[in-house]
Design a protein around this ligand. Structure first.
Ligand code: URP
Ligand code: ZN
Ligand code: ZN
Ligand code: ZN
Length: 470
């Protein structure tokens, strides 16, 4: 039924009795959903609807926005195992109602044909709304021109790599040129900041010396080389005036560089991911090749970095939490690197668990309830041009709403998760808090009865530019 029909028939849903959480706090309020959008937010007991959902004892949150996922991503001769369908269903289970996935330009191809290809994978298959960033791996006169057309098509953020020489890597000169163009058109450059040239030497030396096990992935990608690349990216952004967003920041050294740049007034932003807050190089060092489950880049760090990352989330030097969800199965795909850690496909699954894992930060007193919603929903919406359609519970916004039960408990496990991958990086984690009900544009897609959404409900989101700057 279209939203117009729903309105004509006078059908509306009242979510009552809950605490509506936003970056400015939590208030007792009722929310009226009419069709796909929010029609009213009012004091408890002041609104009526034809149907109702009881949110007593629950938080009522704007749906989570995961601004960094990789569904069906080609990597190292294989591809990440969640399709746009399975990955968005898993996201919905975890209270995420929007993903922004990365379209991956292969060298020698155009940005616009890449975008078409990603629409071909995603359109009609997503359970929740989705947008794209563009991974630029071939910078030339033609692709630089195409950046403007990408912006016009709703893709105003471009990821570049200082890592993975020969694959996604761009030279400093190429990065400089893309940043100049980004500055010109108001786009944001997203940076994978690790010094890949130096890392490849360290990795080759380790392999030649017979050190082939997964922990070598972490040892040969030291935090100093993330700090160095982050500083270099910041300097290039400073020279060109381009806005910069550091993706998957994992190391204290990189956080220091971001904080300094922000203190100096530069438009530099950063995200971190749950794996860097909760997992460590000790997981990479697990015996029996178990460590391969935890291979991602940047690598999991010493535990001492975690306190710095939590502080960064509190002080807003880390503005966003995304998952970098990039699932590869353990039983076959991760085995590609059994005899050479360099061949282990890079990535950790997590799209389903971001809201829950960050809620643990609230439980533990690391971040406030407001900051949870801000880093997981409101800020990613603004950063990537989706606000106020997404990221807020307000009249006129899409009815992407999560009822969250802060008192429920759960144990994470591959046996119960919905991601299409054969292991959990968080196996056995006992959490307080659990998603109760999820609405995507007014439709209940997850409830205590189970998943009630459908592939194809999710729509492509043509995004505005970074709303902190434009
Ligand atoms: O290891 C990772 N992070 N895999 C996904 C690709 C990327 O660099 O984000
Ligand atoms: Zn990356
Ligand atoms: Zn990624
Ligand atoms: Zn598999």
């Amino acid at each position: 039924m279209s939203s117009a029909t729903a309105r004509n028939r006078g059908e509306s849903t009242l979510i009552h009795g809950g605490q509506v959480v936003s970056p400015s706090g939590a208030v007792a309020a009722d929310v009226l959903v009419d069709g796909e959008t929010i029609a009213a937010v009012g004091a408890p007991g002041t609104l009526t609807g034809t149907k109702s959902i009881d949110a007593t004892g629950k938080y009522v949150l704007p749906g989570g926005i995961d601004a960094h996922t990789h569904m069906e991503m080609p990597f190292g001769g294989t591809h990440s195992v969640d399709t746009f369908e399975t990955g968005t269903v898993a996201a919905a289970w975890g209270g995420t109602t929007t993903i922004i996935d990365f379209a991956v330009q292969a060298k020698g191809t155009s940005l616009l044909s890449t975008m078409d290809k990603w629409h071909g994978k995603a359109d009609g298959n997503c359970a929740i709304d989705y947008g794209f960033h563009m991974i630029m791996s071939d910078v030339n006169d033609s692709t630089l021109k195409e950046m403007r057309a990408c912006v016009d098509a709703g893709v105003g953020s471009f990821k570049m790599f200082m890592a993975y020489p020969g694959v996604f890597y761009s030279t400093d000169g190429e990065i400089l040129r893309a940043m100049q163009q980004a500055r010109e058109i108001g786009a944001t450059i997203m940076m994978h900041a690790e010094n890949g040239i130096a890392i490849d030497q360290l990795a080759a030396q380790a392999f030649a010396a017979g050190r082939v096990e997964p922990v070598q992935h972490g040892i040969t990608r030291p935090p100093e080389l993330e700090g160095e690349a982050t500083s270099r990216a910041i300097r290039l952004a400073q020279v060109t005036g381009a806005p910069l967003y550091i993706v998957h920041l994992s190391a204290a050294q990189a956080l220091t560089a971001v904080a300094e740049a922000r203190d100096g007034g530069q438009n530099v932003f950063a995200e971190t991911c749950p794996q860097y807050l909760y997992l460590s190089i000790e997981d990479l060092a697990k015996p029996g090749f178990e460590g391969a489950k935890f291979v991602a880049s940047p690598p999991l760090r010493e535990k001492s970095h975690q306190a710095d990352l939590w502080r960064g989330l509190r002080t807003n030097d880390l503005s966003v939490v995304s998952t970098d969800h990039c699932p590869f199965c353990f039983k076959d795909q991760k085995q590609l690197g059994r005899d050479d850690f360099r061949a282990i496909p890079n990535g950790i699954p997590g799209v389903e668990h971001r809201m829950d894992l960050l809620h643990q930060g609230v439980v533990a007193g690391e971040i406030s309830l407001s900051r949870w919603v801000e880093t997981c929903s409101a800020t990613p919406a603004r950063m990537f041009g989706l606000y106020p359609r997404k990221g807020v519970i307000a009249v006129g916004s899409d009815a992407d709403i999560v009822l969250y039960d802060p008192a429920a408990t759960q144990t994470l496990s591959a046996a119960t998760h919905h991601m299409n991958v054969d292991y959990s990086a968080y196996e056995g984690f006992e959490l307080t808090g659990k998603v109760h009900t999820v609405l995507s544009r007014g439709r209940v897609v997850v409830s205590p009865d189970g998943y009630t959404g459908s592939a194809g409900h999710g729509k492509f989101l043509s995004r505005e530019l970074n709303q902190y700057l434009n």
